[in-house]
Design a protein around this ligand. Structure first.
Ligand SMILES: Nc1ncnc2c1ncn2[C@@H]1O[C@H](COP(=O)(O)OP(=O)(O)O)[C@@H](O)[C@H]1O
Ligand SMILES: [Mg+2]
Length: 259
């Protein structure tokens, strides 16, 4: 079978009305490039892998569609805007608003940053704010992780809506988002917070986070409830997304003594 050879994209390549500056990250479904338009505004071009089996291609197309729909219906300073789609000889791209900063993964493992309690609290509350916006509109992210959260020292952004979809309890049924739920977004956010809490930890790392990290009983209980909300009143799936996010944010403030 004849296969088209993908063109090499590098510094200076023109894609649509944009000029590529550098690659900024590769992942499961493609590669991202930092680029700028003729006025110098930075954007991210997220390229999707083109050469897949028919079955995979079908699934990728659906995921791409869900990602574009989610991004276009959400509007929050911590969520990149989708500025357009380019489909040309270089491939299929989303044009995304560039979110300033580094991923939490880079902060932790490249920069070896130690997050202070104040920073951790600030990052967590911004994440719960973004979650409220998303969940109130019926969307779940489905892939919250340290590599999908960007931080510039102040502002938090959530990126990579590649697994996003409608909440399981949402009005639309039969979508691929069956199986992703708001609970999962909260549990994964607790994971992110635990990563940040470990950044200042000097111990041997032989016990569980609950035993090791110097947390108060309230803080442990808060994180444990996010990880395993079974039996909790007003579970994330069971009530309004914005209301629930506010409740979580209030619990977080209380446990971290920031009321
Ligand atoms: N809007 C954006 N602003 C800044 N950086 C981004 C943006 N989107 C993606 N990136 C960078 O590109 C990387 C890969 O993009 P991502 O959307 O997470 O795709 P993947 O599905 O491959 O993980 C990210 O980890 C981040 O470093
Ligand atoms: Mg990612």
């Amino acid at each position: 079978m004849m296969r088209k050879i993908p063109r090499r994209i590098g510094k200076g390549s023109r894609i649509g009305e944009y000029t590529v500056m550098s690659p900024i990250g590769g992942g499961r479904y493609g590669v991202c490039f930092l680029a700028r338009d003729d006025e110098g505004r930075k954007v991210v071009l997220k390229r999707f892998r083109g050469y897949l089996s028919a079955k995979k291609r079908c699934r990728t197309a659906e995921m791409r569609r869900e990602e574009a729909v989610s991004l276009s219906l959400l509007s929050h300073p911590g969520i990149p805007e989708i500025l357009g789609v380019i489909n040309d000889r270089n491939g299929y791209f989303f044009v995304l608003e560039y979110m300033e900063g580094k991923t939490l993964e880079d902060w932790l493992f490249r920069e070896r940053k130690e997050f202070s309690p104040a920073e951790i609290y600030d990052i967590g509350s911004q994440m719960f704010g973004i979650m409220g916006h998303m969940h109130a509109r019926g969307f779940v992210h489905g892939d919250i992780s340290i590599s999908n959260v960007i931080y510039d020292g102040e502002k938090v952004s959530l990126i990579d809506f590649g697994l996003a979809g409608r909440a399981r309890d949402g009005s639309r049924t039969g979508s691929r988002a069956h199986g992703v739920s708001r609970d999962l977004d909260y549990a994964r956010t607790a994971d992110v917070l635990i990563y940040l809490l470990y950044s200042g930890y000097r111990g041997k790392g032989r016990r569980t986070w609950c035993e090791e990290l110097p947390l108060t009983e309230d803080q442990k209980a808060f994180l444990e409830e996010l990880i395993d909300p079974a039996g909790m009143e007003g579970k994330p799936g069971g009530c309004d997304g914005a209301q629930y996010a506010e409740k979580v944010a209030a619990g977080f403030a209380k446990a971290w003594g920031r009321e």
